[in-house]
Ligand binder design. Sequence first.
Ligand code: FES
Length: 143
Amino acid sequence: MGSGRSLAPFRPASWFASCSKPWWPGVCTASANPMPDPGWILVGPPESLAPGVRKLVFLPDGQSAIVLNLGGQFFAMENSCPHAGASLAGGSCVEHIISCPAHGLRFDIRNGQCTASPSLRIRTYEVVMEDKQLWLRPPGLNC
Ligand code: FES
């Protein structure tokens, strides 16, 4: 049973920290935009993602994304295999190819393309550095 209160749009903690009015997520009307862009999702400082380390980031739609550091370059992709929905987070990654731990399909983390089937692809996300933090930009966000 719901509480009757609708879910507020996701905002990183830093967005609220600089809000000048009393807030409930979604009702802050601060005119200044204290974060890189509304809707971007905070991943954390780049130091928290050493080469070879992966981080799971939860998205506003309830899904999750994997962010990883490969040789100092950051990549992000959805955490769901299009074959049967297995989490890719525990899959082995060799160079730019991540393998699904369930049945072994492999995906290029740079563009999400499955190496075995041109019709299978995982979503990838842009990772940007702003204000000494890594941010993930969900698809469809044009800001
Ligand atoms: S769920 Fe990933 S290959 Fe089957």
